[in-house]
Design a protein around this ligand. Structure first.
Ligand SMILES: Nc1ncnc2c1ncn2[C@@H]1O[C@H](COP(=O)(O)OS(=O)(=O)O)[C@@H](OP(=O)(O)O)[C@H]1O
Ligand SMILES: Nc1ncnc2c1ncn2[C@@H]1O[C@H](COP(=O)(O)OP(=O)(O)O)[C@@H](O)[C@H]1O
Length: 183
């Protein structure tokens, strides 16, 4: 079993990297599931908001599902902002062999990418109807992981390099894990 928590701001590259690495692992014969925060939120618990408590609840639920999946030998990649250190630690305590990967990217690069238009909305004037008042990293907290198992900086690396770093790390972690399902 392997549970990997990717954590980082919106647009940092969690979805891109988890999909690319998942497809590589699948080609190598591993069973893989990506738990994408954005996707699971919309499909399973759209009632959860982006308050601190709801974000924590979101990650706890995803952690529970992920833990069940790892018991069936799957490699599980959690791709969520997952902004709080104590919740990441809680998941790690539930699954001591799990890993934390910090997908870091500086704010100017994120604002330039702004694939979903969220950063532009967070920077609108206070009284604007489309203003987002709790975007992680702009006007809501993000606690940088103090000691991640892997650091990926997507403002400095190409997608291909970041993908290779993540894949190599996961394959190394899997070497010391005899319970992962491989055909
Ligand atoms: N206020 C605010 N802050 C952060 N993110 C926001 C917000 N509003 C909407 N979104 C969209 O929701 C996605 C983040 O969901 P997560 O489940 O990963 O967030 S969290 O872990 O519960 O903090 C996130 O997806 P990603 O861009 O893939 O990270 C956003 O598209
Ligand atoms: N090294 C990199 N790793 C991952 N994505 C990158 C990298 N460099 C640039 N990008 C781009 O950044 C964006 C990341 O978006 P996404 O994966 O949806 O982020 P997140 O899931 O963290 O919100 C994509 O448009 C991707 O092409």
């Amino acid at each position: 079993m392997l549970f990997v928590q990717l954590t980082g701001l919106s647009g940092a590259g969690k979805t891109t990297l988890s999909r690319r690495v998942s497809s590589q692992l699948t080609n190598l014969g591993y069973g893989v599931e990506v738990l994408d925060g954005d996707q699971y939120r919309q499909r399973l618990w759209p009632e959860l908001t982006f308050s601190a408590l709801d974000r924590q609840e979101n990650i706890r639920r995803l952690g529970f599902i992920g833990q069940r999946m790892t018991h069936h030998g799957l490699v599980v990649i959690l791709a969520a902002i997952n902004p709080y250190e104590h919740i990441r630690a809680e998941l790690k305590a539930m699954m001591p062999t799990s890993k934390v990967v910090f997908v870091d990217c500086d704010l100017p690069t994120l604002m330039q990418r702004d694939t979903k238009g969220l950063y532009a909305r967070a920077l609108l004037p206070e009284d604007h109807a489309d203003k987002i008042t709790n975007l992680t990293g702009v006007n809501d907290p993000y606690e940088r992981p103090a000691s991640p198992d892997l650091l990926i900086n997507t403002s400095l690396e190409t997608e291909a390099i970041s993908e290779q770093k993540l894949l190599n790390a996961i394959l190394n972690w899997l070497k010391s894990d005899s319970t992962a399902y491989q055909i």
